[in-house]
Design a protein around this ligand. Structure first.
Ligand code: SF4
Length: 189
């Protein structure tokens, strides 16, 4: 499925002018290109024409874990690993579909450690099998361990339903971060 990065698209229209089936246009109010999925024939000419590397044919499926206590808001006032539960969402074909909730393990961190307790990172990872991306408002010092296995994402929204939209809009950047050897936490606004 063709996706457009709103962080990269400058609205130049080179994708639209090269598209023979009129499957992409620039929304001048929003300022970025938009796909007409029903018209797209997957020829990928728009990808080649884009000077901003803003278009990607996304085929990947990803599992997201969102840290929360109440199932509606992102974990507040503490880092991802302190969430009571993790909501697991599957990304596929431009949509995020709820899969399941997983309870976090109860673990008392060793607060005397300066850079995070590695056993806490292991305990958190043990309930995140198959997950690709971690989503929270804050990450603790264990981010240096977790980012070897996962893409850590910080969001500024509090509501999970608003966060899902932000994740979908930034899927190109998330996939590219996952493919890097040296990952960094992404901050999405
Ligand atoms: S060519 Fe790229 S930067 Fe220009 S409007 Fe299309 S997607 Fe945006």
């Amino acid at each position: 499925m063709m996706m457009i990065s709103r962080n990269r698209c400058v609205g130049c229209g080179m994708c639209a002018s090269g598209c023979s089936v009129n499957a992409i246009y620039v929304d001048t109010e929003k300022g970025f290109a938009v796909f007409r999925e029903d018209k797209c024939i997957d020829c990928c000419v728009c990808i080649q024409n884009c000077p901003q590397n803003a278009i990607k044919d996304v085929r990947e499926e990803l599992l997201f874990a969102i840290g929360t206590d109440d199932g509606k808001t992102i974990k507040q006032g503490d880092h991802f690993g302190m969430s009571k539960i993790f909501q697991i969402w599957r990304y596929s074909n431009g949509e995020l579909i709820f899969k399941e909730e997983r309870k976090n393990v109860k673990y008392q961190e060793d607060e005397t450690r300066i850079h995070g307790d590695p056993n806490k990172a292991k305990a958190t990872s043990s309930v995140l099998g198959g997950v690709d991306v971690l989503v929270g408002k804050m990450m603790g010092p264990n981010i240096v361990r977790l980012q070897k296995k996962f893409v850590p994402i910080i969001v500024r929204q509090s509501r999970i339903n608003e966060t899902l939209e932000i994740l979908k809009e930034n899927i190109i950047e998330i996939i590219e971060e996952k493919e890097k050897k040296e990952r960094r936490g992404l901050i999405l606004k």
